[in-house]
Design a protein around this ligand. Structure first.
Ligand code: ME8
Length: 506
C-alpha cells in the first residue's frame, strides 16, 4: 500500500481533575488507529493533550484555593503520564497553555476578524459553566438545567465579541450534503444535521468576566472563549510539535478526529465553521463515540463515579484494559463497564482463548518437535478461514470500526482453538505414521498465531511484542499479516501472557 498521511486526534482533556477511564477510552481508540496505520506504512501523526483555559478549570482551581496555572500544571502531568501507561503512541502532547499555541490562536482569530466574521455584541442566555457552553433552546433540560451535568444553568448577560456562526449556515449544509461521512456514525451525522436545520445563531468569541484564558489580541480586557481556543489545538499543534518544522502541509486536514458524543456540536458545527472563517480546510472525518457508563450513568469527574485507569493498569497491564474497553463497549455506542465484565473478558477471552492458544501451540512445538516449527504444509481450510482477514481489518479501521475489526480477528482466534480440538495433535503424536499430518497442524497453528498477533498489535501492543519475539517473527508490518507469508524456525517458551491472578498484591 502506498504511504499516505494519517492524522488522528483525541479531544484535549480538561485539567480540572485527574484522568478517568472515559479519557483512556478515546485515547486507546485513537492509538489503535494510529498503530494500525503505522503497520500499513502510512505517515502517521497522533495528537492528544490538555485543555487548560476557561471556566471549568478556573472554577476547579478556585474551589481548591490554587492558581489555575498550578492546577493545570499538576493535572496536565497526570494526563501526559497516562499516555505511556496506556501504551498510547501519541506523537505529541499539546497543552493549550503552551506559548506557541497561544500565539497561533491569536493570529488565526485576527484573520477571522479581518475576514469579517467578528463583531461586538451582547450575549444573553443560559450557560453551563461545566460544559462552558451557551445552550440553545433544544439543549436545555427541565427547570433550566444542563442535560449533561444536571446543574442549574446560569443566566448570563455579557458584552463581548461574537463569531458570525450564522454566516456559515449554507456552507455547512453543503458540507454535510456533499460529504455524508464527514460525521460518523450515521446517527451522529443526523444529530448534527438536525442541529444545523434548527438554524445557526452567532456565538460568543470572547468572555469578559473570565481572566483565565488567551487575551483577545485586539481587546486584551477579554479572553478567547475556551472552545475556540481548544478546538484550534488540532491545527496549532502542527505548527510547533517538531521544533523548526511546519507539519501543517503534511498533515492538515486531519484524517480522523475522535470525540465523545458530549462535544458533538462543537466539533461538527463550530469547528468547521471556524476553519472556513480562517480560510482553512475542514477535517476529513469526525467519529463520535458513546459514553462508558457505570451503574447506568455517564462516568465523569463531576458525577464522582470514576473508575481509575491507573489502578486497572497496575494490576492487569495496559493491554487488558485496551482490549476490554474496545471489545466490551462497541465503538460508537454507549456501554456499561464494570469490574465483573472486565474480569470475565480477561479470563474467558484473553487468558483462555488467545493466551491459551499461544501457550498450547508453543508447548506442542516443544514437546513434539524440539522447539522448532516444522516445515509442514499449511492447512487449506485454515488458509481459507484467514483469507482476506488483513484486508477486512484495514477496511474496518478505515471506518474507525475498532470494535468490529477486533471481532473479525477474534473469530479467527476461536477458529484456531477449534482447529486444535478437531485435529487433536496429541493423538497424531502418538501415531508415527501421522508425522506429516502433525507437522502440518503445528505449522498451521504457528502461522495462524503469528498472523493473528500481527493483526492484534494495535490492540495488544505489549503482548504482541512479547509473543512475536518468542516466535522469532519481529516483522509486525501489515504485509506480514498475510497467512502463509511467514517462515518460522526455533521458537521460545514464554510465561503465561494473561496470568490468572496478576499482581495480586496491588
Ligand atoms: O470536553 N465515556 O474535555 P473533557 C466515554 N476539554 N468517553 C468519555 C467519558 C465517558 N464517560 N467521559 C469523557 C472536554 N470521555 C473538552 C474537549 S476538545 C477541543 C475540548 C472522553 O475532559 C470523550 O472523548 O470533559 C469526551 O468527549 C472527552 O473525554 C471529554 O473530556
Amino acid at each position: 500500500m502506498a504511504e499516505s498521511p494519517f492524522y488522528v486526534t483525541t479531544p484535549i482533556y480538561y485539567v480540572n481533575a485527574a484522568p478517568h477511564l472515559g479519557h483512556a477510552y478515546t485515547s486507546i481508540a485513537a492509538d489503535v488507529m494510529a498503530r494500525h496505520h503505522r503497520q500499513r506504512g502510512d505517515d502517521v501523526f497522533f495528537l492528544t493533550g490538555t485543555d487548560e483555559h476557561g471556566e471549568p478549570v478556573a472554577l476547579a482551581a478556585a474551589a481548591e484555593g490554587v492558581d489555575p496555572q498550578q492546577l493545570a500544571d499538576r493535572n496536565a502531568e497526570r494526563f501526559r503520564a497516562l499516555m505511556p501507561q496506556l501504551e498510547a503512541s501519541n506523537d505529541f502532547f499539546i497543552r493549550t497553555s503552551d506559548a506557541q499555541h497561544v500565539a497561533a490562536v491569536q493570529e488565526i482569530l485576527e484573520r477571522v476578524k479581518a475576514n469579517g466574521y467578528v463583531y461586538e455584541g451582547t450575549y444573553e442566555g443560559l450557560y453551563c459553566p461545566r460544559c462552558a457552553d451557551f445552550k440553545t433552546a433544544q439543549e436545555i433540560a427541565e427547570g433550566n438545567t444542563c442535560p449533561i451535568h444536571g446543574i442549574e444553568l446560569d443566566r448570563e448577560k455579557e458584552q463581548n465579541w461574537f463569531f458570525k456562526l450564522s454566516a456559515f449556515q449554507e456552507r455547512l449544509e453543503e458540507l454535510f450534503e456533499s460529504r455524508p461521512d464527514f460525521v460518523q456514525p450515521k446517527t451522529r451525522y443526523n444529530e448534527a444535521r438536525s442541529f444545523l436545520e434548527g438554524g445557526l445563531r452567532d456565538v460568543s468569541l470572547s468572555r469578559r468576566g473570565i481572566d483565565w484564558g488567551i487575551p483577545v489580541p485586539w481587546d486584551p480586557e477579554q479572553t478567547v472563549y475556551v472552545w475556540w481556543d481548544a478546538l484550534l489545538n488540532y491545527y496549532t499543534a502542527l505548527t510547533y510539535a517538531e521544533p523548526g518544522v511546519d507539519l501543517v502541509d503534511r498533515f492538515w486536514p486531519a484524517s480522523y478526529q475522535l470525540v465523545g458524543k458530549d462535544i458533538l456540536k462543537f466539533h461538527a458545527i463550530y469547528w468547521p465553521a471556524l476553519l472556513m472563517a480562517a480560510d482553512l480546510p475542514v477535517p476529513q472525518r469526525l467519529f463520535v463515540h458513546g459514553f462508558l457508563l457505570m451503574d447506568g450513568e455517564k462516568m465523569s469527574k463531576s458525577l464522582g463515579n470514576v473508575l481509575d485507569p491507573f489502578e486497572v493498569i497496575e494490576r492487569y497491564g495496559a493491554d487488558a484494559l485496551r482490549f476490554y474497553l474496545l471489545r466490551d463497549v462497541p465503538f460508537g455506542a454507549d456501554g456499561s463497564v464494570s469490574p465483573a465484565a472486565f474480569e470475565a473478558r480477561y479470563e474467558n477471552e484473553l487468558a483462555n482463548e488467545y493466551g491459551n492458544l499461544a501457550a498450547r501451540t508453543i508447548a506442542m512445538v516443544h514437546r513434539y518437535r524440539d522447539g522448532v516449527v516444522p516445515a509442514g504444509e499449511l492447512d487449506g481450510e485454515m488458509a481459507e478461514a484467514f483469507d482476506g482477514l488483513p484486508e477486512r481489518v484495514a477496511e474496518l479501521i478505515d471506518g474507525a470500526e475498532v470494535t468490529q475489526a477486533l471481532e473479525a480477528i477474534w473469530e479467527r482466534v476461536r477458529r484456531c482453538n477449534q482447529y486444535v480440538e478437531e485435529r487433536a495433535p496429541w493423538k497424531l503424536a502418538a501415531d508415527e505414521a501421522a508425522a506429516d499430518q502433525l507437522d502440518s497442524v503445528l505449522a498451521t497453528l504457528c502461522e495462524a498465531l503469528r498472523t493473528l498477533t500481527v493483526l492484534l498489535e494495535p490492540w495488544l501492543p505489549a503482548s504482541a511484542a512479547k509473543l512475536l519475539g518468542a516466535l522469532g517473527a519481529e516483522d509486525c508490518g501489515y504485509e506480514a499479516a498475510a497467512f502463509g507469508s511467514g517462515s518460522l524456525g526455533a521458537i521460545e517458551k514464554i510465561e503465561p501472557m494473561f496470568p490468572k491472578d496478576p499482581n495480586p498484591a496491588s
